[in-house]
Design a protein around this ligand. Structure first.
Ligand SMILES: NC(=O)c1ccc[n+]([C@@H]2O[C@H](COP(=O)([O-])OP(=O)(O)OC[C@H]3O[C@@H](n4cnc5c(N)ncnc54)[C@H](O)[C@@H]3O)[C@@H](O)[C@H]2O)c1
Length: 304
């Protein structure tokens, strides 16, 4: 059993304002005994927009609080491995230039990550977080291969935004050791992580995953394997409604966005946010839901 380290508590408090719920969260943990997860060696698959942020975030706490002995960052193609490494290096250099990290801390962070195109390097990891492109066939094939090559204890976690965790768990051949860990973009900054369980997930594996999210300085929320989990299930239909409102000519882009900012307290209007997420991504997510859940009323909007 381990208490939150003083460094972790300082980080939690430094990242909050006195009015936020996050303060309550940090204070709650000051007085509780929170066991740490047993995930020592971490694997990260895919070093794109999300994956490089996940590897960097884990490496940061690995270097600072020794949460992980090492992080194996895997891409199947050398070109994408190099660009993933460059992305992390640039982000770390920026922190150094802003004096949020010293050069030696930056070196320690980078030193925690082993960059590789050799998938066998993942075989003895304790937790693998996958962030490859949003394609079910590719993900199923990857999990089927990993299920055969990794040690039996390795837990698999997908960062998918919209695909079924249950289907990937079944493809892995070890569904009880499979969870969803849904980070938000940009990973280095966004605090929330949705942790998703299926009907197969071993409760101990799930608890360990929630603890790991805590350890890397994020706030975990728990959710079942429902399309879009919590945030996207509520958010994406709302973005589509804003687009339909604009399409009907009910209001202008400016007035829709400013309404949700000043009237609903959102930091960004829905049309601005839809651009940030990517219109193609919004469409892809909604089309997938309409196909998979034709009876779900919240998704019918796209068939209008
Ligand atoms: N973009 C977002 O805002 C966001 C937010 C939350 C979750 N996600 C999810 O995270 C995942 C990754 O999204 P992204 O935006 O980072 O995508 P991305 O295209 O930026 O990165 C995907 C990376 O995976 C690599 N890759 C593809 N197939 C691979 C394989 N078989 N083995 C190893 N590497 C492989 C690619 O080379 C690429 O670098 C998706 O499942 C997505 O739904 C995305």
């Amino acid at each position: 059993m381990t208490l939150f380290s003083a460094a972790t508590v300082r980080r939690l408090l430094a990242n909050t304002s006195s009015s936020s719920n996050f303060l309550h969260y940090a204070r709650r943990h000051l007085s509780s005994t929170t066991p740490v997860s047993n995930f020592d060696k971490l694997g990260c698959i895919g070093l794109g927009l999300m994956g490089h942020g996940i590897a960097q975030t884990a490496a940061m706490v690995a270097a600072k609080d020794n949460v992980h002995s090492s992080i194996i960052a895997f891409e199947s193609d050398q070109k994408f491995l190099d660009s993933g490494r460059d992305r992390i290096q640039k982000s770390v250099d920026k922190l150094v230039s802003k004096e949020k990290l010293t050069s030696s801390q930056a070196d320690a962070l980078m030193g925690k990550i082993t960059f590789t195109t050799d998938r066998d390097a993942l075989n003895d990891t304790d937790l693998i977080v996958e962030a490859i492109i949003e394609n079910m066939d590719l993900k199923k094939q990857l999990y089927s291969d990993l299920g055969q090559q990794c040690k039996p204890e390795t837990v698999f976690a997908s960062n998918t935004s919209s695909l079924s965790i249950t289907q990937m768990a079944e493809a892995s051949g070890r569904p009880e050791k499979f969870v969803g860990i849904h980070f938000f973009n940009p990973v280095q900054i966004m605090k929330l992580v949705e942790v998703i369980k299926t009907e197969y997930t071993d409760p101990t594996v799930f608890d360990n995953t929630v603890k790991w999210v805590d350890q890397i300085g994020k706030v975990a929320v728990k959710c079942g394997d429902t399309p879009g989990f919590i945030v996207n299930r509520l958010l994406v239909p709302n973005l589509i409604q804003a687009m339909l409102m604009l399409e009907r000519g009910d209001a202008t882009t400016h007035d829709i966005d400013i309404s949700m900012q000043l009237g609903a307290g959102n930091p960004m209007g829905p049309l601005h946010l839809a651009d940030y997420v990517g219109l193609d991504t919004c469409l892809f997510i909604m089309q997938g839901w309409v196909n998979d859940f034709p009876e779900e009323r919240a998704f019918v909007v796209l068939r209008c």
